[in-house]
Design a binder for this molecule. Structure first.
Ligand code: NIG
Ligand code: FE
Length: 437
C-alpha cells in the first residue's frame, strides 16, 4: 500500500490481536490462531491499515513518512473491530413483561403460539413511524459501538407486510449511511407467520416469494435472506421454498436452524449452500457434518440460550472438533436476547459453550466477517484492510471474558477515525459526519 503520510500511529500495544492470515473462515484447531503480537503498533493511512506488527518493524516500514497523530496504547489490548453478524436491530417496543411469564415457566414458543413474543413486536413495529424506528435503532447501534462493534448485520422481520418490511429495511439503510458502524442488511420476512395469516402459512409463503422478495431485491434493500425454520414457525419444506426463491434472485442465504427442535435446518443450510446457519442448539452431528462439507459457518448465540434459560447451549466444542468454523453474535432482539454487548457474549461463549478466549475473538472477527461476506475488507488487521479496531482497557485477551458484565472499551477506530474515546462517543463534525463520508 502506497501512502504520502501516516494519519495515525498507535504504539505501545501490550497485546495486539491481528488475526492475520487467509481471508477465509478459520475452522477447528485453526480457530486458536489469532496472530498475537506483544509490543505492537498499527500505522494507518487513508482509513486503512498501512503497517501492523512488532513496533520496531512498523516504525521501519513508516520510514521517513510524516506521522500526523499518535496514540499511546499504554500497554493495553488491541483487537480488530468486533463484528456482530446476527442482530434484529430495527424494531418497535420492548418485551420486559415476558420476564414474569418466563419465570412462571412459560416457554418461548408457547408465548409465540399465544400471539405474543415476536408477534407482539410485530404489532409495535407496524405502529411505529420510520423516524421512531430510526431513533430507537440508532441508540442501540451507539451502544453496540461503545461496546466495540464496528460492523453489524441487521435483519428485518418485524413488519411482515411488504410496506412494514420495507420500512425496517429503509431504516437499516439510513443507519448504514449516517452512523459510523457499517450495517449489512438481511431480509427476514420469514421470521413468523403474521396473525392475519394464522393457519394459512402457505398463502404467506406465496406472498413472500411472489411479492416481497422480488420487491426487496428491486429496491436493493437487502443482501441476504434469512428464515426462521422452527416448529410452529416455518417448516423445512417452506424454508427450502423461500430460500430457493431468494437464491434465484441473487440473495445470500442465512437460516435460523435447529434452535429448539432438530428439524434438519442444518442439513437444509448445507443443501442450499447457505453462508451461515444460526442457533443450532439442537443440530445433530449429521447436520453439523453436512454443514462442514458444504462450507456453512455456524453462528452461535450464547446470550440467547442464556436468556431463554435453556439447559442446553450450542455445542461449540463439538462443532470445532468436527472442523466447523464458528462465529458468535449477540442476536440482539427484544425477545430472546435483549443485549447489545458482544463482551457479554464473550463471557457466555467461554463459560457456557466452553470456547477459549482465542476461539472467541476469532469467532467475533474474521469468522464473523466471513459470515456476512466482508472478509476481504474487515475481520483482521492487515495492510490494506479497513482500519477498524478497538483499544480495550485490559492487559490481555483473557481479561475480557474473565472480568465480566462491564464495558472494557476505551477507544474505537472506524475507517481510521476515532469514534469512541475514553469510553465515550465522539460527536461527529459537520464536515465529516461519519467515517468515510
Ligand atoms: O433469533 N429465533 C428467532 N428470532 C429471534 C427472536 C426474535 C424475538 O423473539 O423477537 C432469535 O432469537
Ligand atoms: Fe435471530
Amino acid at each position: 500500500m502506497e501512502a504520502q503520510q501516516i494519519d495515525l500511529l498507535i504504539h505501545n500495544i501490550g497485546n495486539l490481536v491481528t488475526m492475520r492470515g487467509e481471508p477465509a473462515p478459520r475452522a477447528g484447531e485453526r480457530m486458536a490462531e489469532i496472530g498475537l503480537v506483544k509490543g505492537g503498533a498499527v500505522a494507518i493511512a487513508d482509513g486503512r491499515v498501512f503497517a501492523v506488527g512488532a513496533e520496531d518493524e512498523v516504525l521501519q516500514q513508516i520510514g521517513r513518512l510524516p506521522v500526523t497523530q499518535r496514540i499511546d496504547a499504554q500497554g493495553r489490548l488491541v483487537t480488530p473491530g468486533l463484528i456482530d453478524p446476527h442482530t434484529h436491530l430495527v424494531h418497535g417496543g420492548s418485551r420486559e413483561h415476558e420476564l414474569a411469564l418466563k419465570l412462571q415457566g412459560v416457554s418461548y414458543l408457547e408465548i409465540l403460539a399465544q400471539g405474543g413474543g415476536i408477534l407482539s413486536t410485530v404489532r409495535a413495529t407496524r405502529q411505529a413511524s420510520e423516524a421512531e424506528l430510526y431513533e430507537k435503532a440508532r441508540k442501540s447501534l451507539n451502544v453496540m459501538l461503545l461496546h466495540g462493534a464496528t460492523t453489524v448485520e441487521a435483519k428485518s422481520g418485524y413488519g411482515l407486510t411488504l410496506e412494514d418490511e420495507l420500512k425496517q429495511l429503509r431504516v437499516a439503510k439510513r443507519l448504514n449511511d449516517t452512523h459510523p458502524v457499517d450495517v449489512v442488511s438481511t431480509f427476514m420476512g420469514a421470521h413468523a407467520v403474521p396473525a392475519e395469516y394464522k393457519g394459512q402459512s402457505a398463502d404467506y409463503v406465496e406472498l413472500l416469494i411472489g411479492t416481497m422478495l422480488p420487491e426487496v431485491k428491486r429496491q436493493g434493500l437487502a443482501e441476504f435472506c434469512d428464515v426462521f425454520c422452527e416448529h410452529w414457525v416455518f417448516t423445512v419444506d417452506e424454508s427450502r421454498r423461500i430460500l430457493t426463491a431468494a437464491k434465484e434472485l441473487g440473495f445470500g442465504l442465512k437460516i435460523h436452524a435447529d434452535e429448539i427442535e432438530p428439524l434438519g435446518g442444518a442439513q437444509l443450510a448445507a443443501e442450499l449452500g447457505c453462508i451461515s446457519a444460526e442457533h443450532l442448539l439442537a443440530a445433530t452431528d449429521e447436520g453439523l457434518r453436512a454443514m462442514r462439507q458444504a462450507g456453512v459457518i455456524a453462528v452461535c448465540l450464547p446470550a440467547t440460550s442464556f436468556n431463554l434459560r435453556l439447559q442446553q447451549h450450542a455445542r461449540a466444542r463439538d462443532m470445532i472438533r468436527l472442523g466447523l468454523p464458528v462465529a458468535l453474535s449477540t442476536d440482539y432482539n427484544p425477545g430472546s436476547s435483549p443485549t447489545e454487548s458482544l463482551q457479554l457474549v464473550m463471557t457466555l461463549a467461554c463459560l457456557n459453550l466452553g470456547m477459549t478466549p482465542e476461539e472467541v475473538i476469532t469467532a467475533l472477527t474474521i469468522n464473523a466477517a466471513c459470515a456476512i461476506g466482508r472478509q476481504d475488507t474487515i475481520g483482521s488487521l492487515e495492510p490494506g484492510k479497513q482500519a477498524d479496531l478497538v483499544i480495550f482497557d485490559a492487559p490481555n485477551l483473557a481479561y475480557l471474558p474473565y472480568h465480566f458484565g462491564i464495558n472494557h472499551v476505551d477507544t474505537v477506530l472506524k475507517k481510521g477515525r476515532v469514534v469512541v474515546e475514553q469510553g465515550q462517543l465522539v460527536k461527529p463534525t459537520e464536515s465529516e459526519p461519519f467515517p468515510g463520508s
